[in-house]
Design a protein around this ligand. Sequence first.
Ligand SMILES: C[S@@+](CC[C@H](N)C(=O)[O-])C[C@H]1O[C@@H](n2cnc3c(N)ncnc32)[C@H](O)[C@@H]1O
Length: 269
Amino acid sequence: MRRGTGSLYRRAQSVRFLLGRDRAAVLAFPRARYPVALSLRERAALVARFVATTNHVRTYHTQAEMLAVADRILRLAGRPALTIVEAGSGKGGSTAKLSLVARIAGGKLLVFDSFRGIPENHERHRTIWGRPVHFRAGAFRGRLPAVRRTVARFGAPEVCEYRKGWFSDTMPALEGPVDVALLDVDLLSSTRTCLTHLVPQLRPGGAIFTQDGHLEAVVSLLGDARFWCDELGVEPPRIAGLGQRKLLEIPSALEPRLQGPAFVATAGA
Ligand SMILES: C[S@@+](CC[C@H](N)C(=O)[O-])C[C@H]1O[C@@H](n2cnc3c(N)ncnc32)[C@H](O)[C@@H]1O
């Protein structure tokens, strides 16, 4: 049986995940309160689009993870110059989903990636579950034209701006404040570069998510007070679930009270 993108098997898997792994997040989404009108029908359509994207594009996240980030963005809907950053677009499936959410929230999405996959590196990783991992150069590559096509088909291309190149070259040119960022970059060096440039730009009430919380080295970095104090010049944030969850949320220093049910993202693929 064919199991790749667009296959029946993949659709069946999506249904299985909706009923199991992602169920809590999907059920919480209709009840969340946002500063923009978002009907039940529109919410269902958004989830359906997320699922259709996953069925047709190779992705590296769960729907629960994307809904947790979507929830954070939608809570800030209507903010002037709302800016969302994605670092690590892969084949563009996560980009398409974030672009839809950015459009609803009235924001723009800045997409940072080499569009050549993971850079050359000597990093050797272990997950918090004890599994060794190596991210070889070129892995997860999605060429920019292909990512643009994916976003045109499943997302909202009009809100996207692409920043092609290694993060160390493109991130320093990041202009203006950031409200929500999603990092899915695999390497410790990439995580460090992104945080170095994003943390000083994060607006009060915003958040930086990382989907690399399953890597021991990333957990150590995020738990290292010297990294936050000496390298970034900020107080170490309190990161819920550090060392236990794959998707982690790093809140900005000034966190306003939030309303509505909280999302719980389960460990991802
Ligand atoms: C796991 S993939 C992202 C998957 C995508 N977010 C999804 O859920 O489908 C990791 C991405 O990070 C990018 N990346 C990692 N380190 C990078 C760096 N230093 N500069 C630019 N891109 C980088 C790779 O090109 C790759 O596209």
